[in-house]
Design a protein around this ligand. Sequence first.
Ligand code: FAD
Length: 326
Amino acid sequence: MHPFTYTRVSDTREALNAGRGGGRYIAGGTTLVDLMRETVEQPETLVDISGLPLREITVAEHGALRIGALVRMAEAAAHPKVRVLYPVISEALELSASAQLRNMATIGGNIMQRTRCTYFRDVTADCNKREPGSGCAALHGFNRSHAILGTSDHCVSTHPSDVAVAFAALEARVHLLGPDGERQVPFADFLLRPGSTPDREQALRRGELITAVEIPALPRPLKSGYLKVRDRQSYEFALTSAAVALHVRGGVIREARIAAGGVGTVPWKLPEVEQQLIGERPSESLWASAAAKAADGARALQHNRFKVELLKRTVERQLRIVGGTK
Ligand SMILES: Cc1cc2nc3c(=O)[nH]c(=O)nc-3n(C[C@H](O)[C@H](O)[C@H](O)COP(=O)(O)OP(=O)(O)OC[C@H]3O[C@@H](n4cnc5c(N)ncnc54)[C@H](O)[C@@H]3O)c2cc1C
């Protein structure tokens, strides 16, 4: 492991000073330490933010849910308000990683986690994300787990987070604090598609700290849930996944929030599927016709063609689970 210095901060001002000076934040450490051991990441200074007061979950009067960046995955999953208001968030978290990891890992760290692409993690392989300009070994390598949506000739890796798929579906906002003050970024703009600069992964400015993720109030009743399809039933990343939230009133779907995971270079919002549903009555044929749009624009690679059909079936199944049929 590359030598580094370690400093623990107790307030946000101290954290921002250290961050502005090039320090790298560490929260639960469950993924950054791995990457440092593998020498994929070599920060000079680690700034331990785990003692900052960013560990609250609150529901505002108008109904928005705010999850502090340092809330542990397990805490968020078990929180009564999260379970009642947004089962899709609880389920996405509970289907992530392992119990031990969820007890350490934070919400901020989760959405910041880097791809599990084996070529990214193998420092002897070509990877534009790790080493810009070196090429992408996955393009013509073993790319079974890779993305079919949002890819470029420079990168085809997926974003591995489950809860980020729920946040994308629910149109969350990321709250940031930086040397120039506070700002909010829509989740859709927070994680960046690779384009020609796959090494730029988030819309974070130097030294900026994630303070919270906020889910805007949505009309009630809202039914929601998360389905994850993977090679084994636990401790595995998604091949495909679907986060679905539906507001049905008077037998008609009034609002739909849908995103897919395991298939995109970022969590993949599905506006065409949502549009197909709004104003319609739940039915088997509606789920099938809407889900048929889920893979529009997909660009499959040699080993991941199966994801095109699997994605449509995942979305259809989750629409049926959440929306039922009449
Ligand atoms: C074996 C294994 C299996 C896993 N399986 C899954 C899975 O199935 N689904 C899933 O979603 N995840 C999975 N994960 C990933 C896991 O969820 C992440 O490791 C975890 O969420 C990261 O959180 P952390 O607090 O430990 O982050 P850290 O390791 O502390 O940090 C990760 C990154 O986030 C940055 N960061 C952290 N907090 C902030 C902040 N507040 N502001 C700005 N930057 C910040 C750090 O600088 C670093 O770059 C798995 C991990 C492992 C090791």
